[in-house]
Design a protein around this ligand. Structure first.
Ligand code: AMP
Length: 408
């Protein structure tokens, strides 16, 4: 069964086509800078041995519809040999950022689902509108293929009120949906499942802390496999220090910035989301560059790393207290998968909690999952490569199977 996974941004469409029977990626790519003269389509196809052929096709892509049509044309191009006809694509899975409280699980898309996603736009004004555009374009190009929405927020819907409510007037929650939602849910869910499979135990019996450290970063606490807390909040700004986002700060900070520096709301938004985090402290948001600067003796880069790791460690302690015990810690995403130093520093001094990284295993060659915990410790520490697109494809099949089951 071939599943196309689409992740639509305001000026981009990312896609991956999976052959789920063979557990293989057939093609992947990105249409970017849609609507700009410097638009470009990047496309790669993979054979069974994982060998890649790729192309870059610069050129104006007027809108998302034109972008997806070009992607489908490439998939159909006999020279690239990915699919023979559009109907080879059995279903389309869409990443949708915000499902609010309406969506607790991936959902087959119909008119009511589209309306509900639209209704949640005020909660994710930058993300839900392009996600909807992607769905509408895909519906028009693949009218016969079932389409499924997989929400970033859904995995965290099991959080109890004590974790998801802010101590604000309750009416703001009731009327406006002001609460903590959490994001990166697909990634947290995926790596938790892989952890359970790796230790050969049911996820429902595991207490875990999952740590997603990419450009955006978040952690989740899982009790018996279900999310009970996460670091991101109503928006992805809360929690950990990120590439350009500040994470936790004093909520009164914007008043100071407005009153004393005369900054507008838009400027403050830009400052906290785009000019803070690692970038704000040391001028670089890419962790490789931060490490490079630190190695070259830049004290600000050292400070940025200190703050970054300190915040993660603080949340490991907090989530240990929330869970009361811990089976596993999972590192994932660009930094979590690739930086032994960050992993080591986040766990430094936590031996009393049964958390200890083995320095040799931690720097071992990674080919898939890496088990980096010391053998005599209670907590298993794994590095698990995340694969949000594959998880979306899996969920798409699961939703279709259950909907076919329901309708007989
Ligand atoms: P992602 O958003 O998951 O693609 O992660 C992007 C982040 O991963 C960027 O900050 C990269 O600098 C970081 N990253 C990728 N490779 C490495 C590496 N070898 N060491 C440290 N950070 C890395």
């Amino acid at each position: 069964m071939k599943i196309l996974v689409i992740n639509t941004g305001s000026s981009s469409i990312k896609y991956k086509l999976f052959d789920m029977d063979r557990h293989q990626v057939l093609a992947s790519g990105l249409a970017e800078k849609i609507g700009e003269t410097s638009g470009e389509l990047k496309h790669a196809v993979f054979d069974a041995g994982g060998q890649t052929r790729d192309l870059k096709r610069p050129g104006f892509i007027p809108d998302h519809n034109a972008g997806l049509i070009r992607i489908v044309d490439l998939l159909l191009d006999p020279e690239w040999g990915v699919i023979a006809r559009k109907s080879d694509i059995a279903a389309v899975g869409h990443r949708v950022v915000h499902g609010g409280e309406t969506f607790q699980a991936p959902t087959r898309i119909d008119e009511a689902v589209l309306n509900a996603v639209r209704k949640h736009t005020p909660l994710a004004p930058l993300h839900n509108p392009p996600n909807l555009t992607g769905i509408n374009v895909a519906l028009s190009i693949f009218p016969d293929a079932p389409q499924v929405a997989v929400f970033d927020t859904a995995f965290h819907q099991t959080m109890p009120p004590r974790a998801f409510l802010y101590a604000l007037p309750y009416e703001l929650y009731e009327r406006e949906g002001v609460r903590r939602y959490g994001f990166h849910g697909t990634s947290h869910a995926y790596v938790a499942e892989i952890f359970a499979r790796h230790v050969n135990r049911p996820l429902e019996g595991l207490d875990l802390i999952t740590i997603h450290l990419g450009n955006g970063a978040s952690m989740a606490a899982l009790k018996n496999g279900k999310c009970v807390d996460t670091t991101m909040g109503m928006t992805p700004l809360e929690g950990l220090v990120m590439g350009t986002r500040c994470g936790d700060t004093d909520p009164a900070l914007p008043f100071f910035l407005a009153d004393h520096l005369g900054m507008s709301l838009k400027e403050i938004d830009g400052l906290l989301n785009k000019a803070s985090g690692l970038k704000g402290i040391c001028g670089a948001n890419d962790m490789r560059e931060v490490l490079h600067k630190r190695d070259a003796g830049d004290p600000r880069a050292q400070t940025a790393l200190d703050i970054y790791c300190y915040r993660i460690k603080k949340y490991i302690g907090a989530y240990y207290a929330v869970l009361g015990r811990l089976d596993g810690l999972v590192f994932t995403a660009g930094i979590g998968e690739n930086s032994p130093e960050i992993r080591m520093r986040c766990c430094d001094g936590l031996d009393r909690l049964g958390i200890k990284v083995d320095p040799v295993k931690n720097t071992g060659a990674r080919n898939g999952i890496l088990d980096i915990g010391c053998r005599d410790q209670a907590v298993t520490i794994l590095v698990v490569p995340t694969d949000e697109e594959f998880k979306i494809a899996q969920e798409t099949i699961r939703v279709l199977e259950s909907s076919y089951g329901n309708t007989g």
